[in-house]
Design a protein around this ligand. Structure first.
Ligand code: PLP
Length: 232
């Protein structure tokens, strides 16, 4: 298991580097988020032993259990990222557990996060999730809703918006995702023209991360390529 994870991670790093260099980017601009949903704590530890520092989880409860098991076993430099849809009633726990919440997509959720973060004396780092395809049932603010949401978030003193995140519709080929990645980068440029500072673009998963890196991703979220295919 250890060898398999180590090999998978070095292969992912290599592919990130090649994609970045193809696009004339510095590979160091791209961070790997190892997506550990459904993955046992021991495998997370192995990924961290291989140098991974950002761990992504999509369910608050599962993350809580894993973080509790691994407490004291991981270096302080490890950061937990919430990448799944966050229900408002889990916002408090999410603020307690996560260094970054990548899935902020509504004013209501942001207000709760801001309130709990304030009570905890924390500035919560977040990304705003954008739904670029307009698919029903997919989380994320619409492209038209992005600037108004960023304006509202700008007024919250315990939230720091670090960038944007998106999940394109399940692509048949990695190239199918390219227009969405490009769209997210354009949206960031538009927001920056209006004075928002958004460093991070979290985009790209196991099937399409190289295309995402070519299009400017600063964080790729990779699960199955590292930990193997999930049962669910
Ligand atoms: C599961 C998940 C990933 C990783 O997916 P893989 O295809 O296994 O790499 C990335 N982002 C989000 C939001 C996810 O839920």
């Amino acid at each position: 298991m250890q060898d398999r994870i180590a090999e998978a991670i070095s292969s992912v790093y290599r592919r990130i580097s090649h994609a970045a260099l193809r696009a004339g980017r510095d590979p160091m601009e791209v961070q790997l988020v190892a997506v550990a949903k459904t993955v046992p704590p021991q495998a997370v530890k192995e990924a961290v032993d291989c140098g991974v520092r950002l761990i992504g989880e999509n369910r608050v409860q599962e993350a809580r259990e894993k973080i509790a098991v691994l407490k004291g076993d991981l270096p302080d430099s490890v950061r937990w990222h919430m990448i799944g849809h966050l229900q408002s009633n889990k916002a408090k726990l999410a603020v307690e557990l996560f260094d970054v919440i990548q899935s902020v997509d509504s004013l209501n959720l942001a207000e709760r996060i801001d309130r709990y973060a304030s009570a905890m004396g924390k500035v919560q780092k977040v990304l705003v999730q954008v739904n670029l395809s307009g698919e029903e049932g997919r989380s994320g603010v619409s492209p038209e809703g992005l600037i108004p949401l960023l304006e509202a978030l700008g007024g919250m003193s315990n939230i720091s918006v670090e960038g944007l995140m998106t999940i394109p519709p399940l692509p048949e080929t990695a190239e199918d995702a390219r227009p969405y990645f490009r769209m997210l980068r354009r949206l960031r440029a538009e927001a920056e023209e209006r004075g928002f500072s958004l460093r991070e673009l979290s985009m790209g998963m196991s099937g399409d991360f190289e295309v995402a890196v070519e299009e400017g991703a600063t964080m790729v979220r990779i699960g199955s390529l590292i930990f193997g295919r999930r049962a669910q």
